[in-house]
Each structure stands twice: as C-alpha cells, then as structure tokens.
Design a protein around this ligand. Structure first.
Ligand code: GTP
Ligand code: MG
Length: 246
C-alpha cells in the first residue's frame, strides 16, 4: 500500500454526541462512501483523567481546561450515571484522512460552524457558560460533538495514545511496532519492572507495543529524560481497566 493510502487520523465521538443520539448520523457523514476512508480501529472508551489530560495536554492552564477535561470524561453529560460516560474512538485510514475529517467536523466553535459551514458536524454543537463557585460566568465551553486530529503529527500522537497495536489489524498499522521483552508496571505515576503491591501491569514479555512507547519506557527505567511522559504511555494500557472513583 502507498504511504498516502496509509494516512491515518483519530476521530472521537464525544459524550454530547452520544447523549444526543447523534452517533449514527455522524458516522454516516464519515462513511467510506462520502470520504473514501476506511475504519482501521474502533473502541468504546471510559475516559480516565490520565487519558483526558494527555489528550488535551496542549490546553493545560487555560481557563476552559478543567471543564474540557470534565467534558471529554463524560462527567458533564452524565453527572449521575458514570456507566454512561463514554467516548467512541476511531482510526480512519486513507488518502487525506486528516484534512477530510477536519473538513467534515468544521470549525471548533459551534456558533462559527453554524455561521460559516452549515451542515458540518459541529454546526450541531452548543456553547455552555462556565461559572465559578459563586455562579459568576468566567468563560465558556464548546460542546462540539466530535474530535478529529489537526495534523498528521497530531494524528500519530493521538492514535498511539488511544490505541494499542493489537487494536488495529496488522496490515493497517501505520507506525513501527516492537515485541516487548520486559515486565512494565505503573503505580502512583512511577514505573516499575517488578510487580509492587498496588501496581498495575502495562506490558508483559511477548506483548506487541508501539516502538516509541518501548523507547520511552526503556529511557524512563534508566532514569533518563524521554520524549514522552509515563502517563502518555500508560494511559492507553489502562483504558477500560478500572472504573475511576467519581
Ligand atoms: P478538538 O478536535 O476537540 O481537538 O478541537 P479542535 O482541534 O478544533 O480545537 P483545539 O484542539 O484547539 O481545542 C480542543 C477543544 O478545546 C475544542 O474542541 C474546544 O472544546 C476547546 N477549546 C479550544 N479553544 C477554545 C477556546 O478558545 N475557548 C473555549 N471555551 N474552548 C476552547
Ligand atoms: Mg485539536
């Protein structure tokens, strides 16, 4: 397959789309018939804080960041129903995957989307005021139904954050993989190569992993600086492993 055929992008159907039962409609707009793109991966994800914070790391510190994290975790749309807090994550593959998906999503702000690109997915979104503890409006939140990677580099980072290689058929994997030879565990944001009380297993010998994850784990284990954080690697292996405390 040519490199162009291999282009991949991450799409997330966000909690507001699930709550409003828009999943089928949105997926129809993204279908192979309309886009020429194929599914390479799909999963239902209960989004942990770790995963949410890694996904939106570039927005850390901004006024809307805390509500953005609550939003993608489904806490705002399902405050009392944690079992309904889900995102559907897809990898789409094919020529111009990233640009095609961004075009169908439309502008980030639903008001701008309605004004400039009626019919795009985000033209169906809403803007919600963010209030402080006293009820004063301090900003707003954009509930825009869908996420799509902004660039090919972002697509690679995001696909590797949400998907393990085994979630994607071997012939459709776009990034280098490697067979792991170590035990890796995580506890309190620390990496271990032996099981500790309360630690969770990330990888065992024989598991297939993204090569970039194993490069990171080897460096972190040696105490050296690595291109990504432990959380950026661990979040994916902990997807759907445990129900977080509310
Ligand atoms: P995503 O596909 O969700 O990543 O959206 P995007 O790529 O169009 O925008 P970006 O990555 O810059 O922002 C991520 C999310 O943060 C958006 O979907 C919005 O919900 C929110 N966001 C981004 N910029 C703003 C802003 O200026 N104000 C507010 N209130 N929210 C913002
Ligand atoms: Mg973005």
């Amino acid at each position: 397959m040519s490199t162009e055929q291999f282009e991949q992008t991450l799409v997330l159907i966000k909690p507001d789309a699930l709550k409003n039962s828009l999943t089928g409609y949105v997926l129809s707009l993204l279908s192979e018939f309309h886009t020429g793109l194929r599914f390479a991966g799909a999963k239902i994800v209960h989004v942990s804080k770790m995963l949410a914070e890694e996904h939106y790391a570039e927005h850390r510190g901004k006024v809307f960041y805390p509500s953005l994290i609550d939003y993608i975790m489904g806490r705002l749309h399902y405050p009392d129903l944690p079992h309904k807090r889900r995102v559907i994550a897809f990898v789409y593959q094919g020529p111009d995957a990233t640009q095609k998906m961004r075009d169908i999503c439309g502008p980030t702000n639903p008001h701008v989307a309605r004004e400039t690109r009626p019919g795009c997915v985000r033209s169906l979104g809403t803007i919600v005021p963010i209030k402080d503890a006293e009820g004063k409006i301090i900003g707003d939140r954009m509930d825009n139904l869908i996420h799509a990677s902004a660039t090919d580099a972002e697509a690679e980072r995001e696909i590797k954050l949400w998907f393990q290689p085994v979630d994607i058929p071997p012939a459709m994997r776009a990034y280098p993989t490697e067979i792991n030879e170590e035990h890796y565990y995580c506890k309190d944001s620390k990496l271990f190569v032996t099981q500790e009380s309360g630690s969770v297993s990330l990888l065992a010998p024989g598991d297939i992993a993204w090569k970039s994850d194993l490069d990171t784990l080897r460096l972190l284990h040696k105490g050296e600086s690595a291109p990504q954080t432990l959380e950026a690697v661990a979040a994916k292996y902990l997807i759907n492993v445990a129900q977080e405390a509310n």
